[in-house]
Structures are given as C-alpha cells and as structure tokens.
Design a protein around this ligand. Structure first.
Ligand SMILES: [Zn+2]
Length: 169
C-alpha cells in the first residue's frame, strides 16, 4: 500500500506539532475504551491510518496531520460509528476527506484493514469518496466535483491520476 505525505498548508503542520496526536487503536478493546471516553461515542471523528497500519482517532476538530503525529499515512478521513448490536460498533459513514493528506480513493484497503483490526463492520467502501487532484497549470489542490476534471481556478484540465504529491509543476 502506498503512503501519502502531508500536502496541506505548512502553517497547519507547524501548529499541529503542538497538538496531541490521535490515539492509536490496535484492537477492539482499545477502540471500545477510547469511544467510551468521548462526548459522543459515535463521532464523527478524524481518523488516520499510519504506516504501521494502525487506526488513529481524534476529535473531529483535530487536523489530520496532528492525528497522524505529523507522519505520512496510508489513509485519512472522517468516520462515524453506530451500534451493531451485542455491544459492538459498526461504521455508518467513512470518507477519505482530508485536505491535509488528500489521499486517493484507492486507499480504501488500508481503511478496511485498520477497521477489521478493531473489530467493526464497515460498508465495504467509502460512503463518501473524494477525488483530489493538483492542477498542473496553477498548482492548486482541489476536489473534483461530479467527474468534472477541470481546475476551478484556472480552467486547465486536471490529471486522470492522483498527483497531489507532485510539487514540481
Ligand atoms: Zn489551475
């Protein structure tokens, strides 16, 4: 699985160095204990999956780069849980919406693996799949809306493939 470096604004990454990282949740007991401490036990929460394939969760207001402790990720986005019966949890909504990492939708297997490790059922894919691209014309990172691969700033065509780590253009 590929890793995604932080590609967001440098000032947010700098501020995140002073913020607490997300909580690494390697197994079902760790997830249950963490959720029980939250004001809302279902979220939504900020999540990242680190290079160690472990799910990290943080308050939704947390930046992804803070949640990840500043490092590269296998996946990042937002997740909402719901009860699955028998005291278990399931994922109701999950996205790759992270403007800090802008991960490709292809990062889903990393999310599925991390959710399986904490013992929650999931929908089998992103309920909100966000397509990020960087414009080769003006360099702006953006979300592709409704399959319309045209830069909202300079109207250049956007690349077919994920290219957010392309800083050279
Ligand atoms: Zn552009």
């Amino acid at each position: 699985m590929r890793t995604y470096p932080y590609v967001g604004p440098p000032d947010i990454a700098a501020a995140a160095r002073h913020a607490p990282p997300g909580t690494g949740l390697p197994d079902p007991a760790a997830l249950a204990a963490w959720l029980a401490e939250q004001p809302s036990p279902v979220g939504p929460f900020t999540y990242t999956v680190g290079a160690d394939e472990t799910l990290r969760l943080a308050d939704r207001r947390s930046e992804h780069v803070a949640c990840a402790g500043g490092g590269a990720v296998l996946a990042a986005g937002e997740v909402t849980f719901g009860p699955a019966g028998g005291g278990r949890m399931r994922v109701v909504e999950v996205s790759n919406l992270s403007t800090g990492y802008c991960p490709d939708t292809a990062c889903w297997p990393a999310v599925a693996g991390a959710l399986a490790a904490v013992g929650v059922e999931h929908p089998g894919g992103f309920t909100q799949a966000v397509v990020f691209r960087r414009c080769r014309g003006c360099g702006a990172a953006q979300v592709v809306r409704e399959g319309f691969f045209v830069c909202v700033f300079c109207e250049a065509d956007l690349p077919e493939r994920w290219n957010l780590d392309d800083r050279a253009t």
